[in-house]
Ligand binder design. Structure first.
Ligand code: HEC
Length: 297
């Protein structure tokens, strides 16, 4: 009887061990998402990862190596319509929309922001992922970044760039067509909650006014890449959202001229021109920006 009890106790202990082992396995599976991330940069080609990462203090970043990115599931395709390349090229790399989960983004942080060496930010919200399936490029014609073709200004397009298997505009707002977001010289990816990122640029009033609504959709895809608002958006330009609002209200002619042909005003401009924007599109942009100088509801 005594023996039996002891045996029973052993079985029970073994069962408990199994449960503990199973629980540990669950937590190693969760922790495994982080195994690719290093606290410090180990190589100049490491990709910096920031934003909301599970178990990582906000503001801290991590690094993933080029070689480790090559161990993740790769997409491969041939493309002839990517404006960054001349002719047809073979691309391989990782689906951008899969990276947040594979690299341990916090829950809800599914938006990716690609940050370039000049503080240009390309934003990839859920809508963009489902329409275009962008890829973080790791190889071009089978070659690593050092051997990639040069960019339009003759500089290197590495260490990272973003491309698509194909691109068809998913929306048109006035004279703005959904544009491919294909940055190069990408140094860092941030995983973020989309609503939080856009919160500082949601119209401050008249959100249901058609012009304001349209202006917001355009500014969110275009201007937000280089102009920031309350810590969100690109900082390629030192000119912030509030300043653009001031220009839209007090100098509408200057605002319109700058948006359509910045080079005519500033020969050294770093701004992308939008010559296709007609009077209605420019008026919508101004109506939207103006809400940032009006009293909050
Ligand atoms: C590729 C980056 C980029 C994008 C996209 C961009 N800008 Fe700019 N913008 C700049 C930079 C950089 C400057 C600062 C001066 C310069 O380089 O022209 C600037 C300056 C301006 C100015 C002049 C401000 C002043 O104080 O004189 C206006 C107005 C402006 N931008 C409006 C816009 C609007 C509106 C959009 C969206 C439709 C937009 N920009 C999109 C980079 C950009």
């Amino acid at each position: 009887m005594n023996r039996m009890t002891r045996k029973g106790w052993v079985w029970e202990a073994l069962a408990t061990l199994c449960v503990v082992a199973a629980l540990c396995r669950v937590s190693t599976v969760q922790a495994a998402q982080h195994w690719l991330l290093h606290k410090t940069r180990l190589h100049p080609d490491d990709l910096e990862i920031g934003g909301d990462l599970a178990g990582v203090e906000r503001g801290e970043t991590r690094f993933v190596s080029y070689n480790d990115l090559l161990t993740l599931p790769q997409e491969a395709y041939t493309v002839s319509t990517d404006s960054n390349f001349v002719g047809t090229v073979k691309i391989s790399g990782v689906a951008l929309e899969k990276l947040p989960a594979m690299l341990g983004a916090a829950s809800g942080a599914a938006m990716v922001i690609a940050i370039c060496d000049d503080s240009y930010n390309a934003h990839y919200p859920a809508e963009y992922f489902s329409a275009h399936h962008p890829v973080l490029v790791l190889k071009v014609n089978g070659l690593p970044p050092a051997q990639w073709p040069k960019g339009s200004d003759g500089s290197a397009m590495g260490p990272y760039m973003i491309s698509h298997p194909s691109f068809t505009s998913a929306f048109h707002v006035l004279a703005h067509a959904d544009e491919p977001q294909v940055p190069w010289s990408v140094l860092r990816l941030d995983f973020r909650n989309e609503l939080e990122v856009y919160a500082p640029i949601v119209p401050r009033s008249r959100a249901h006014d058609a012009a304001v609504h349209d202006g917001y959709a355009i500014a969110r895809q275009n201007c937000f890449r280089c102009h920031a608002s309350e810590g969100e958006g690109g900082t390629k330009s030192p000119v912030q959202w509030d300043d653009l609002a001031g220009k839209a209200i007090n100098a509408p002619g200057y605002f319109d001229a700058y948006v359509t042909a910045p080079k005519k005003i500033n020969s050294h401009t770093q701004m992308a021109a939008s010559p296709q924007y007609d009077a209605g599109t420019l008026a919508a942009l101004r109506a939207y920006f103006a809400t940032f100088k009006e009293t909050r509801p």
